[in-house]
Design a protein around this ligand. Structure first.
Ligand code: AMP
Length: 524
């Protein structure tokens, strides 16, 4: 017997087995799994009655909240594709995505009302606020008025697209990553085992739900019948307050978030003893970070993992094998800080330019390639890019890594020059293209430099036409008009020329080195 592998089944199971348990906590709102499921069903039914076409894209421009979590199920039940948008993008970027995806509906946080009215309303057929104070139609009025019944449609094709996430690829273009019902179902099942998700888990959504399926957390937690606790946006004081108040057991962080938590004044004052497990990912961790986190969250298991939007996202996690229980303290911290071991359902190889496996000596560098149930269907409307990325059933990640004799992998570089600042990908080319729009910019290169707060920040090296530096305030303003705030270079340097290779390519590695002297950069 084959039932469709769809995450909708997780929600139905949670409603059946944990109907009376509070499953979702969002600010003052608390919903049992029965109430949560009813809201998902109502939303799905409302979308159908509004004429949602099969496979239509339903966009959400929202901070973390229970409504976006409901959409993870409601949109799929209606036969649509969920398209969560990065709230940090500039209006022209959002409009570009909405147009590329040809979104039918756009549900938005009232905070974005003005942007939607002035710049996005034409990009989606039906823009609707999540809540509204007057009687106008909103997500909430739709949910209030619709029927709350749903029965699993056995005709769902598990290989159809369920979610679409735009990733700023290394080319600087926004590419839509298509994840199927099957991808999401199996990702959750595999992750539950590796990340040890149980019904006793009280999970804090520290990662934005618009980012790679909230790292897969929504489906894992629902599948296990654990508790979802929402954080609207990452704020160290609020995170620490919620850990204490809700007795949080599990959460995920990018390393820069971890640093911010450790630096926050409230850390010493809050009772953090409920925390059992912290998962670090999105960018390279290091042994010192694990050690410091273990000190702050006494008794918690702190470990790293690795993944990409294209892999739903988690494909590795750094568990300590039982056969390594007696390694030295230094080795233990080192292993836990690595992306670690391939997860169940995923095969990883590190290959050289000829496609041969590198030696498992922790030294020889190769590209990470992946074969797994969690690899995307492809890039939205980009068959060429899809066939370049997935070749002979292997997905080429573009990440460079080493592997040790125990099969723990460590990412050492990215094939291209992507900058990761506060866990967000910042493609250097996108910034360079924006800078090139400035009339006095003759040549430029954008590279990552160390940044205390964000881990890395973009630095622009510029050769001007006039030969004189551009006024800094004016240049920053120019960048802010053309780029999302977090992509604006933190540092600008003016040079007479930039070093180039024999083929005329700017040698970024050479530019980067002096900035990293005396700093440890795992990814370089
Ligand atoms: P995204 O698709 O936005 O999740 O970005 C995926 C990229 O983040 C990967 O291709 C890696 O370059 C990087 N990344 C994620 N996790 C790690 C990690 N544990 N160590 C190093 N890089 C990572």
């Amino acid at each position: 017997m084959n039932l469709p592998l769809t995450p909708i089944r997780f929600k139905d199971r949670a409603a059946k087995l944990y109907g009376n348990k509070v499953g979702v906590i969002c600010g003052k709102d608390r919903f049992t799994y029965r109430q949560f499921a009813q809201r998902c069903n109502r939303f799905g039914n409302a979308l159908r009655s509004l004429g949602l076409k099969a496979g239509a894209r339903v966009a959400f421009l929202s901070f973390n909240c229970h409504r976006l979590l409901e959409a993870y199920y409601g949109v799929l039940q209606a036969g649509g594709i969920l398209l969560p948008l990065n709230v940090r993008l500039r209006p022209h970027e959002l409009s570009g995505i909405l147009c590329d995806a040809e979104a039918q509906f756009l549900f938005y946080d009232p905070e974005f009302g003005e942007t939607v009215q002035s710049e996005l309303s034409k990009a989606a057929q039906f823009p609707l606020p999540l809540t509204a104070s007057s009687g106008e139609t909103s997500y909430e009025t739709l949910v209030a008025e619709a029927d709350d019944k749903y029965e699993l449609d056995l005709g769902i094709d598990e290989n159809t697209v369920a979610e679409l996430f735009y990733t700023s690829g290394t080319t600087g273009n926004n590419k839509g990553v298509m994840l199927t019902h099957r991808n999401l179902y199996l990702h959750a099942v595999h992750s539950m085992w590796s990340l040890r998700t149980f019904d006793t888990g009280i999970n804090l959504h520290t990662i934005p739900l618009f980012h790679v399926n909230g790292w897969g957390a929504p489906h894992c937690i629902t599948a296990a019948g654990g508790v979802h606790v929402m954080v609207r946006r990452f704020d160290p004081a609020e995170v620490l307050r919620l850990i204490e108040q809700e007795r949080i057991t599990h959460f995920c962080l990018v390393p820069t978030m971890a640093i911010a938590l450790m630096l926050a004044q409230e850390t010493a004052r809050r009772d953090l003893r409920s925390v059992k497990e912290i998962h670090l990912g999105g960018a390279a961790s290091n042994p010192t970070l694990i050690k410091n986190m273990e000190k702050v969250f006494t008794g918690a298991f702190v470990h790293a993992g690795y993944g990409l939007t294209e892999t739903s996202p988690c494909i590795t996690t750094s568990l300590l094998k039982d056969t390594l229980a007696n390694v030295s303290e230094e080795e233990r911290l080192s292993l836990l800080s690595m992306p670690g071991l391939e997860m169940l359902g995923t095969e990883i190889r590190i290959v050289d330019v000829d496609g041969k496996d590198v030696k498992p000596d922790g030294k020889q560098v190769g590209e990470v390639i992946v074969r797994s149930d969690v690899v995307m269907e492809g890039y939205w409307k980009r068959p060429q890019e899809t066939s370049e990325a997935i070749r002979e059933a292997w997905f080429y990640t573009g990440d460079m890594a080493v592997v040790n004799a125990e099969n723990y992998i460590q990412i050492v570089d990215r094939k291209k020059d992507l900058i990761i600042s506060g866990g967000e990908n910042i493609p250097s080319l996108e910034i360079e293209l924006a800078l090139y729009r400035h009339p006095d910019v003759l040549e430029c290169a954008v590279i990552p430099v160390p940044d205390e707060k964000w881990g890395e920040a973009p630095c622009a090296l510029i050769v001007t036409r006039s030969g004189k530096p551009i006024d800094l305030e004016q240049l920053q303003l120019f960048c802010r008009e053309n780029l999302a705030g977090y992509k604006v270079p933190r540092v600008f340097h003016f040079r007479e020329s930039l070093p180039k290779s024999g083929t005329g390519k700017i040698l970024k590695r050479e530019l980067r080195e002096p900035f990293w002297a005396g700093h440890e950069r795992r990814v370089h």
